[in-house]
Design a protein around this ligand. Sequence first.
Ligand code: F6P
Length: 486
Amino acid sequence: MTDDPSRLVLVASNRGPVSFSFAPDGSLAARRGGGGLVSGLMPGLAAVAADGGVLWLCAALSDADRVAARLGERAHGAPGEAPVRMLDIPQDTFAAAYNGIANSVLWFVHHLLFDTPVKPRFDAAFRRDWAAYVAYNQAFADALAEESVTGTRVLVQDYHLALAPRMLRDLRPGIRIAHFEHTPWAPPDYYRLLPDDIAAAVLDGMLGADHLGFHSQRWAAAFLDCCEAVLGARGVRISRSGTGGEVSYRGRVTGVAAHPLGVDAGALRARGQEADVRTAAAVLSGPVGERQVIVRIDRTELSKNILRGLAAYRELLATRPQWRGQVVHLALAYPSRSGLAEYRAYTERVHDLAREINAEFGTDDWDPLILDLKDDYPRSLAACGLADVMIVNPIRDGMNLVAQEGPILSERGCALVLSREAGAASLIGDSALLVNPYDVSATAEALHAGLCMAAGERQRRSAAVTAAASAQAPQRWLADQLAALS
Ligand code: F6P
């Protein structure tokens, strides 16, 4: 690490790379935090940490995190990893910003999830939550401003922090700011469900950055379309290029580009060889036996489209009886956002449908579907290793790393049934069996095609996915964004 403070890189995200818990003696124990954002950023940050230093700012999510934040603890992960500063944002402010706005409004907008006859409803309660979202973003901007000097580069992550770039710019005009959006971006007609002032405020907040990144060109283009539709009357100027473009607004120019996040295939395969994964594979192999395996791995998340995926499996068994007794579907869906009623209800429906499928088709010696809702990373890797077919069928997804990880880890090579609405579809393209995620019958047919696919063809396609993922490995993904800030 150099002594030059202007080489410092600050990262800001809601969920950080460590989380604290209380040990039995009441002391604080730090462990590595989960989530796709963290695993995407970590590999690239190690090199940056060695070069100029990194500090990662995130929200305190649990009581133990809050205690750590108040003690001013700067937790470290493995040597060379970024130290972390947690922000102790008042709990009700955090809850209203995270549950009320980030996950119930912005997430729903970008994933097209609203049941529009009923929701959204922008009323006084929404305005209270919005005030909390503003305060939450301001807390990040203030902390980032405290930590930065002229020349510091700041990497702001995701829709939780859409306002922070502008707020930080106002506090520290001389620093370089990038914002990366890990979700898709809504098309203008859907984005404009938001109240007009809020639609403009989100874009304005992001345009405080020097550079905006998205996982796919499609999401970058949708962002530019929204700028045109919402800020057109306010003098925005947009120029488009192959992979993004530039937005001139309020006297500054912001670059917009696609930076698809890939996977470090070598590191992932090495992790897949570790003892805990081998043990998990042995446990999973028992009920599978010699049968083919269809695997899905998700957060229990509305946008992941688990219900239609299971319905497609049910239709496969109903319409193609030759697969009964010949295939097992491993559906691993770890818990998520249980603070929201929609997510709790969705999880129940996933359970119910799984029970129905097993009751309808199961026999004494065959469970057609194994549904497990525990968060168990080694077991997820093991399941990928066993896959003959992976199904990744989100309604919409920024990228979806599992679509890359499954084929990379599958021991025999797997067929990938992939939603054309996932960012991964742009990266992987024809190597997958692309489906319309709403079309259950077409998804059932794609599962059939995947199960019928010859071994050599599965291997060829999995190798192509591995090559595409490796070309965009996290180290390069991060380096490209830092280069765009230079
Ligand atoms: O896809 C956006 C994202 O922020 C991911 O980076 C992350 O894995 C996921 O959502 C998790 O969300 P949460 O932090 O709400 O569990």
